[in-house]
Design a protein around this ligand. Structure first.
Ligand code: APR
Length: 237
């Protein structure tokens, strides 16, 4: 099976009702990154940061995967699909994708402020974490999120996936944030690159195939480009 590797960003979850970061109604219009998304912010005002992520988790309980996520999961019938996501939501998982690497962490997990390896999955319906919730060694639990200025532990594995791709798909990311955006440099020249995004993204290349649509319609068109359609997928069930 060919290896189809996806780099996804906030745009794939937009049609599910989760706001992106840098669009005109994006989250960074309402919040300042330095107030909620850095380790300094956490040290200065952990209650504010905790509340910000509690709101994100609460919202996640209210939304569902859209056809962008579902269509990518369906591609597993025909491809060895690996998803590198910058998203901290779990909509790829809920759509049924099996191989997912979260570059920027996961909303549904928390970890010890002191011991990075003490990571805890929150119970399914629990979204609220409080100041005073502690790890087993007695330190405050923080969001399991890669904040701006922090190392991105999964980047090496993501680069390996990108390097091994036979087909590379970029969906719903403005490609403004590094090192995630640099993953494209690892993709071999022989691998076709598809970009699904209704808007311009920060990196361009005349060899890439642009699908200027939202995630759901874009993934449908991607399937057509890959000469797949639902009938074909069902035959291969
Ligand atoms: N379908 C597909 N793409 C869409 C849709 C849609 N319906 N709506 C918007 N987009 C596109 C936008 O055009 C934009 O290119 O999604 C992209 C979203 O870009 P950003 O808001 O910058 O999100 P992302 O690239 O994921 O941000 C990267 O930045 O703030 C940090 O850690 C955060 O993981 C995040 C990282």
């Amino acid at each position: 099976m060919q290896k189809l590797v996806v780099l996804s960003g906030a745009g794939i979850s937009a049609e599910s009702g989760i706001r992106t970061f840098r669009d005109s109604d994006g989250l960074w219009e309402e919040y300042r990154i330095e107030d909620v998304c850095t380790f300094d912010a956490w040290q200065r005002n952990p209650a504010l940061v905790t509340d910000f992520y509690n709101q994100r988790r609460k919202q996640l309980l209210e939304v569902k995967p859209n056809y962008g996520h579902i269509g990518l999961a369906e591609l597993e019938k025909c491809f060895d699909v690996q998803i590198i996501t910058q998203n901290v939501d779990n909509l790829h998982e809920r759509a049924g994708s099996k191989n997912i690497l979260h570059l920027h962490g996961e909303l549904t997990k928390v970890r010890s402020e002191k011991y990075d390896n003490l990571i805890y999955e929150l119970p399914p319906e629990k979204y609220e974490v409080k100041i005073g919730d502690l790890c087993e060694k007695g330190f405050q639990l923080r969001p399991h999120i890669v904040w701006f200025g922090e190392a991105v532990p999964m980047i090496e594995k993501a680069a390996e996936w990108a390097y091994d791709a036979d087909i590379f798909v970029i969906i719903g990311t403005s490609l403004n944030v590094y090192p995630a955006a640099s993953l494209i440099r690892y993709v071999k020249r022989s691998a076709p690159v598809y970009i699904i995004d209704p808007n311009e993204v920060a990196l361009n290349n005349p060899d890439w195939h642009y699908i200027r649509k939202g995630a759901s319609e874009g993934v449908k068109e991607l399937k057509q480009c890959l000469m797949l359609n639902d009938k074909f997928l069902m035959i291969n069930d």
